[in-house]
Design a protein around this ligand. Structure first.
Ligand SMILES: Nc1ncnc2c1ncn2[C@@H]1O[C@H](COP(=O)(O)OP(=O)(O)OP(=O)(O)O)[C@@H](O)[C@H]1O
Ligand SMILES: [Mg+2]
Length: 285
């Protein structure tokens, strides 16, 4: 079904904030530097169902961008395009571009290696999913794929990554234990450390706290705020308070389209579209 309102918004959002790009205009001051942007991004599952429709969206450097919208609107699908996760299944098809700055690499280009993309753009899933390996080996995984073999180099990088994920003090004496021995919140931070080990430029979080209790959730939110000093973050959440707490920018999606994108404060307090307001205030979705 085509949503005529969404189509109109899409056209009106093609702003001139970033010359040469087709990113939506953002209210207020000039936006920060771009880390990435999707340009006319379409995505089809199994060569048939179109889950994303011509999405133009900026991703600002060292900022947190929240993706919100009703279940099934395409948030996870959009997120997974950024690290070429969909390539793992035959028949999935992208059209358009995801351009990574400053080198202007189109992450979706045929000659770009998806494995290298996944080193530059890490992902953390809804349910903590440590590998069936030790804490040490979970974090070492990406480093070994990259060819790091020297123990002292690995040790240093693993400590740095675990510190970056605010987990080091809790696990430094038990690095040889299985990752699955940790609590849910610790496992999620282990997954963050694993993603951080390859020095990613962007981290993708798909509802990273929905399986966690409020205390573990608070520690992940704090961590996201800390991490954005070094890395650009995209986070999917169904929790409006969480989006308001952690994000700088918010994208509201609906049935495969980007309905509204703006600073989080604007989306929450002065959205341009009634549909966005209805979703945020819980009247819909
Ligand atoms: N592997 C798949 N094959 C076919 N269609 C899929 C597949 N995964 C998702 N879809 C469809 O694509 C659309 C977008 O799904 P997606 O998982 O991206 O939504 P979402 O916004 O993340 O939802 P939720 O909030 O429930 O996680 C939905 O209609 C969904 O049914
Ligand atoms: Mg999802």
């Amino acid at each position: 079904m085509v949503n005529p309102m969404a189509t109109a918004t899409h056209a009106s959002m093609l702003g001139s904030a970033n010359p040469g790009a087709t990113a939506p205009a953002v209210s207020g001051d000039s936006p920060p530097p771009l880390k990435a942007e999707s340009r006319g991004l379409d995505f089809y599952y199994s060569n048939s169902f179109q889950a994303l429709k011509s999405i133009d969206m900026p991703v600002y450097e060292n900022k947190v961008t929240a993706l919100i919208g009703p279940s099934g609107c395409g948030k996870s699908t959009f997120l997974r395009c950024f690290n070429r996760m969909h390539d793992l299944y035959a028949g999935n098809r992208y059209a358009g571009q995801i351009v990574l700055h400053p080198d202007n690499t189109d992450l979706l280009a045929k000659d770009v290696d998806p494995i290298e993309v996944r080193m530059r753009i890490g992902m953390v899933f809804q349910k903590p999913n440590p590998f069936p390996k030790t804490i040490y080996e979970n974090v070492a995984y990406g480093l070994r794929v990259r060819g790091m073999t020297q123990k002292n180099q690995l040790d240093d990088k693993i400590e740095e990554s675990l510190r970056g994920a605010a987990l080091w003090d809790e696990v430094k004496h038990r690095l040889g234990e299985m990752g699955s021995n940790l609590s849910g919140g610790q496992q999620q931070r282990l997954c963050i450390a694993r993603a951080l080990a390859t020095d990613p430029e962007i981290l993708l979080f798909d509802e990273p706290t929905s399986a966690l209790d409020p205390i573990a959730t608070a520690s992940i939110e704090e961590l996201v705020t800390e991490l954005k000093k070094k890395v650009t973050i995209l986070i999917v959440t169904h929790n409006m308070q969480q989006a308001a707490r952690v994000s700088d920018y918010t994208a509201y999606m609906y049935i495969g389209e980007l309905m509204e994108f703006d600073k989080t404060d604007t989306i929450f307090f002065k959205p341009k579209r009634k549909e966005t307001e209805d979703y945020i205030t819980g009247r819909f979705g």
